[in-house]
Write a protein of this length. Structure first.
Length: 262
C-alpha cells in the first residue's frame, strides 16, 4: 500500500518512507529520516535528524523526534535516533538524538509508550514495553530496561539505570539506580525510596509464585535487614542465588556506578 501524505506536509525526496505510511497535515519529515511500514505521523509533528522509526509506530500531533540534543557541548553532527516497532508518542513528546561524547545514538525498543510531554534526552537507551506517563523526563545517558513504568512527573538524573520490571511512582526524583523488580516512590521529599517488590507488575508479566517469593526474600535481605550492602549481597547470593532472576538482581546491584536506591 502506498504512503498517504497530506498536501501541507513537508517531506523531502531524501526521506525513506515505508509502505502504508500516513503523514498528516503540516507535519515535517527531515531528509535523513527513515519511516518503517505502517507508521502514522500526526498533524504538526516533526521527525528530524538521522532518525529511524520502526514499523507501525504512531506519532501524535506536535511531538518532536530526532532533534539535536540540549547538551551545550553538542555540535549537532553525527547524532542518531533509532526507534523500534509499534511505539507510541503522544502529544508534545520530545526525543533527542545522541551525542558524539555519549556514544552517538539514542535508542528505544519495541512497543514503548510515551505519554504527553514526556522527554527522552540524548544518549538514553530504553528497552521494550517501557511506559512513561505524562511529563516523565529522562536526563542524558539514562538506561531504562524492559517493562519499566514511570509515573507522571518522574525525573531521572543523568547516567541512572532502572532495571527491568521496576515501577517508579509519580512525582519522584530519581538520582540513583533503581534495581529491577522493585517499586519506588517518594516520601516527604521528592527523592526516590524503595517501598517493596513490584508484585502486581510481576504477576502481569507471568512470573511464577515461586520466583516472586524468591525475589521478595532477596528484597527483605537487601532492603529491610539493615545489614551492610556487601553483607546482604553475600547472604542473598548464598540463599537465593540459584534463581536466575535473583542472580540478575544481584548482578545489577554489583555493577551499579551511581549507587543503588535503598
Amino acid at each position: 500500500m502506498k504512503a498517504t501524505i497530506h498536501p501541507t506536509a513537508i517531506v523531502p525526496s531524501g526521506a525513506e518512507i515505508g509502505d502504508g505510511v500516513r503523514i498528516g497535515p503540516y507535519a515535517i519529515v527531515g531528509e535523513r529520516v527513515r519511516l518503517g511500514k505502517g507508521v502514522t505521523i500526526g498533524p504538526h509533528a516533526i521527525i528530524d535528524g538521522d532518525t529511524t522509526l520502526g514499523d507501525d509506530s504512531v506519532v501524535y500531533s506536535h511531538a518532536s523526534l530526532g532533534s539535536k540534543s540540549q547538551d551545550l557541548k553538542d555540535t549537532g553532527t553525527g547524532g542518531k535516533l533509532v526507534i523500534g516497532k509499534s511505539c507510541v508518542f503522544r502529544e508534545f513528546v520530545t526525543v533527542n538524538t545522541g551525542t558524539p561524547e555519549g556514544g552517538g545514538t539514542t535508542t528505544l525498543g519495541d512497543r514503548d509508550f510515551l505519554m504527553a510531554y514526556a522527554h527522552v534526552a540524548h544518549d538514553c537507551h530504553l528497552g521494550n514495553n517501557v511506559v512513561m506517563a505524562n511529563v516523565a523526563t529522562l536526563a542524558g545517558h539514562v538506561t531504562i530496561e524492559d517493562f519499566v513504568g514511570l509515573g507522571g512527573l518522574v525525573a531521572v538524573h543523568q547516567f541512572v539505570r532502572i532495571g527491568r520490571n521496576a515501577f517508579v511512582g509519580g512525582g519522584t526524583m530519581v538520582p540513583m539506580d533503581i534495581a529491577p523488580f522493585l517499586k519506588a516512590t517518594h516520601g516527604d521529599n521528592p527523592r526516590a525510596k524503595i517501598i517493596g517488590l513490584n508484585t502486581i507488575g510481576l504477576e502481569r508479566r507471568g512470573f511464577s509464585p515461586e520466583v516472586i517469593e524468591a525475589l521478595r526474600k532477596a528484597y527483605r535481605i537487601i532492603w529491610r535487614s539493615k545489614k551492610l550492602l556487601k553483607d546482604a549481597l553475600v547472604e542473598a547470593q548464598g540463599e537465593l542465588g540459584t534463581t536466575p532472576d535473583v542472580a540478575y538482581l544481584l548482578d545489577f546491584i554489583r555493577s551499579s556506578k551511581r549507587g543503588i536506591t535503598r
